[in-house]
Write a protein that binds this ligand. Structure first.
Ligand code: KG4
Ligand code: ZN
Length: 335
């Protein structure tokens, strides 16, 4: 089954073609980061307008790269939520219209399900069950995944998401948007032991997180010592955030008896997180699976893949559609 996947929930337009027999055939991405950079964050109206400009050229590109044409497509998957309503509507409208014209099914995919299943787009995918650490700009969750659509929430952030904490801390340190990659680059040149920042909820005994206190601690530190030591502050922040993420993820695996841990979402691209997690997990007999680096952040491949799993189970549907800017992952139907 050949599935076209369309992602447009935030500031990246992603389109991909996934073949359930052959795997990923092609994927293309247009990032709006440069456009939003001037504003210090994503401007929803500008994001929607740009998705409109990009989505069809990217679709033509993946078709051309994989040597396929529109009639070859068996189904279309699009991000239905969560995300920016106007941005979601661009992908949903395009996908639904194209599916109607081609007389094929369309399916709305949960953005975080896409992230969570993205490590499965691999020649050596992890087997179910596994624990998933979802660390994106908008979400930080630990989930027990026992199959497609079988998700149990183990814990989540009570305030800021991990990526949001990276972005806000980067802003305090005068780095651009999105802050995560810039902060981690600066942190690599700093001394993480120079300053000690709090590890919020490290010993709370549950799988929940809190990152807003850490961000406030950075603000207090910056006010005290200034930006002359920004690299050391960045390293201290990263060490604190990563320690909590690693510790809670491994505790969630031990608690649920899972020997596999999947890391997904933009913060999963963080080199320090990957290094510590892989090392500490191995010491406890846990294998860690990451998506390809390019599939850590938003992309069409993960939507095409998740959609293919759902379309394979013949989900019908009428011609009406709605996007879900807020959507609880644990409420999905199991396949
Ligand atoms: O998953 P994603 O592309 O979008 C959402 O669904 O939110 O994640 C974006 C987030 C941003 O907060 C960004 O700063 C963060 O992921 N990020 C990183 C790194 N690369 C991206 N955070 C830390 N280290 C990185 N290398
Ligand atoms: Zn995302």
């Amino acid at each position: 089954m050949l599935v076209l996947g369309v992602e447009s929930s935030c500031d990246e337009t992603g389109v991909a073609l996934y073949d359930s027999a052959r795997g990923l055939l092609a994927h293309a991405l247009y990032s709006q980061i440069a456009m939003h950079n001037d504003y210090g964050g994503v401007v929803p109206e500008l994001a929607s307008r740009d998705h409109i400009r990009r989505v069809l050229p990217l679709t033509r590109q993946v078709l051309a790269e994989s040597g396929r044409t529109l009639p070859d497509i068996d189904g279309i998957a699009y991000t239905q939520g969560p995300g920016l309503a106007g941005a979601l509507l661009v992908g949903a409208g395009m996908a639904r219209a194209l599916a109607f014209a081609l007389n094929i099914p369309a399916v709305g995919v949960h953005h975080l399900e896409g992230h969570m299943l993205s490590p499965l787009i691999s020649d050596t995918p992890p087997k179910f069950p596994f624990v998933a650490l979802l660390v994106s700009g908008g979400h930080t969750q630990l989930m027990l995944v026992s199959g497609v659509g079988r998700y149990t929430l183990l814990g989540e952030t009570l305030d800021d998401a991990a990526g949001e904490a990276f972005d806000k801390t980067a802003q305090l340190l005068g780095l651009g948007y999105p802050g995560g990659p810039a902060l981690s680059k600066l942190a690599a040149t700093g001394n993480a032991r120079r300053f000690t920042l709090p590890r919020p909820m490290l010993n709370s005994g549950d799988f929940d997180f809190s990152f807003s206190g850490l961000k406030t601690a950075v603000l207090t530190l910056v006010r005290k010592v200034g930006l002359g030591e920004a690299a050391d502050i960045a390293a201290a922040f990263q060490a604190a955030a990563v320690e909590v993420l690693v510790s809670k993820s491994l505790a969630a695996c031990l608690h649920s008896g899972a020997t596999r841990l999947v890391v997904a979402g933009g913060v999963g691209a963080n080199a320090h997180l990957r290094e510590r997690l892989t090392r500490e997990a191995a010491a406890r007999g846990i294998s860690v699976f990451y998506p390809r680096l390019e599939f850590c952040t938003d992309n069409g491949a993960m939507i095409a893949y998740a959609g293919a799993q759902r379309l394979a189970h013949a989900i019908g549907g009428d011609l009406t559609f709605a996007v879900k800017p807020r959507w609880d992952l644990a409420s999905l139907d199991a396949v």
